[in-house]
Design a protein around this ligand. Structure first.
Ligand code: GAR
Length: 208
């Protein structure tokens, strides 16, 4: 049974897709052993609680040094001892020590077709605002393994989503979630849990 920790920052619709996927059997061989949020009072925490999953908040603002926040975060992860860490709308830069401590064992969902609209400053609704400003006709979502770079790790899967006339950032965000994110992320976890994907030599290797 793959033990996963899901890291979140806000609404937690991707967390919900994972919880639902485990409940309905589209994600197999997987257990969520903890949810970590960097913000108090967010809906993600209610979703975890409703599903009976231990949830923790580690808030950077409550530490005077960034290094202390990183230590608290890494200590909590070590305590939960996950096989895989899932960044599901976790809008905080993760410490480099975390990448080296869990090589090939961290995945992230990003709401664009990487390498478009990604990297420093591209997160959450901002990604969709920039996509609309640029006038792209197709956007989407990407699941990737996490390495030291920002949104630069090996790509696991991507799905395109059409941009429609009159889209607002909120409307586009919702369509990208519905048509791409909530499908791709549960599927990637199921693939990982069942040995169909892994990170090897900086690439995502898929067993067919
Ligand atoms: C999602 O769209 C996710 O792809 C994005 O934040 C949102 C969180 O929504 N992540 C990033 O932008 C990471 N760079 P959720 O809390 O409802 O899952």
């Amino acid at each position: 049974m793959l033990k996963i920790v899901v890291c979140v920052s806000g609404g937690g619709t991707n967390l919900q897709a994972i919880i639902d996927g485990i409940a309905n059997g589209s994600i197999t061989n997987t257990e969520i052993v903890g949810v970590i949020s960097n913000n108090h009072g967010v809906k993600s925490l209610d979703r975890a609680k409703a599903a009976g999953i231990p949830a923790f908040t580690i808030c950077p603002r409550e530490f005077s040094e960034r290094a202390d926040f990183h230590k608290a975060f890494l200590d909590k992860l070590a305590e939960l001892a996950p096989d895989l860490i899932v960044l599901a709308g976790f809008l905080v830069k993760i410490p480099e020590e975390m990448v080296s401590a869990y090589p090939g064992r961290i995945i992230n969902i990003h709401p664009s077709l990487i390498p478009s609209f990604c990297g420093v400053g591209y997160y959450g609704l901002r990604v969709h605002e920039r996509a609309l400003e640029r006038g792209v006709k197709v956007t989407g979502a990407t699941v990737h393994f996490v390495n030291e770079g920002m949104d630069e790790g090996p790509i696991i899967s991507q799905k395109a989503v059409n941009v429609l006339d009159g889209d607002t950032p909120e409307v586009l965000q919702r369509r990208v979630m519905e048509e791409a994110e909530w499908i791709l992320l549960p599927r990637a976890i199921d693939d990982y849990a069942n040995g169909r994907i892994r990170m090897e030599n900086g690439r995502c290797v898929r067993k067919v």
